[in-house]
Design a protein around this ligand. Sequence first.
Ligand SMILES: Nc1ncnc2c1ncn2[C@@H]1O[C@H](COP(=O)(O)OP(=O)(O)OP(=O)(O)O)[C@@H](O)[C@H]1O
Ligand SMILES: [Mg+2]
Length: 333
Amino acid sequence: MLRTVIHARGLSRTFRKKRGKQTTEVVAVAGVDLDVEAGEIVGFLGPNGAGKTTTMRMLTTLLAPTAGTATVAGCDLLTDPVGVRRRIGYVSQAGSTAPENRAGEELVSHARLYGVSTAEATARGKQLFAELDLDGLWERQPKAMSGGQRRRLDIAMGLVHVPGLVFLDEPTTGLDPQARANLWQHIEGLRSERGTTVFLTTHYLDEADALCDRVLVIDKGTIVASGTPDELKSSVGGDLLTLTSPRAADVAGRMAGLPGAEAPTVDGDRVSCRVPAGGAALVALLRDLDAAGIEVDGVESRRPSLDDVFLTVTGRSLRDGEQTTTEPEGAQA
Ligand SMILES: Nc1ncnc2c1ncn2[C@@H]1O[C@H](COP(=O)(O)OP(=O)(O)OP(=O)(O)O)[C@@H](O)[C@H]1O
Ligand SMILES: [Mg+2]
């Protein structure tokens, strides 16, 4: 039976900033409803400044909502924040390890805060170090680690007390491709071996596609799309056909006649449009162009990607997006 581990309604946060006599308001999160079931891996996507971190900080009790309610890991966010904290793990976007402490000691003392015995914390910590490829760094200070190593230590900190629900804010930003793939495997393992529920943000859409059962897209503080990656991709409306030809305008004219085709766009010698079934449409189109004697240099039919979804619902492409960090954060929950 499904069990809801995050249930939020109307979650909102407005920041007020005073500059002289003027007060400006930033609506960071504007009434978010979300439900996450036990054992799900849910991806929270959105452009920079969309409200992902603010939502996570509210759900992890680090920031008070200005409106709304939520139950997290069975505890009421507003009346039992201590209960929420005890049951979750949180890896903040900015990280939270003290630069001077020895990595292993800090990991163990963090787990001790959750009532885990020193022996158990040490065993679990060493196992995490091995699995996250941090072997040999137990005695190292975070300030003497590489960025990617520190990031993996942050992740170990969020997992060492074996929480049933984990919040990961951009866990793989700054990791090399191998470390990313390794972390995906680790997260999937947590779910399959322990039934851990994972709520994560990422700017890598391939990551969301590969890892997440469900994806929520937030833009300007509001959820603008949600569903499985496949559901979202099929909502974009068809495959993208692209042909390159010296006679682009003629190709566009023929393309427009394909059944169910959207209006073609022409960019230099490239012509593109969305059609319901790309493969079949392409065969028909090439025959038609051939019969008309219109030369074609290149063809491509591409299934919609999560990037297309992202572009459709937010008007922005993450491929072109610069990644920036909004601000440093408070301590780990
Ligand atoms: N403490 C704060 N004071 C004022 N404004 C804030 C504060 N924290 C966040 N904001 C603003 O709230 C909005 C949402 O920020 P948030 O950090 O939640 O975005 P995000 O989706 O996590 O973005 P990113 O992808 O860059 O991490 C932004 O406009 C940000 O500038
Ligand atoms: Mg953020």
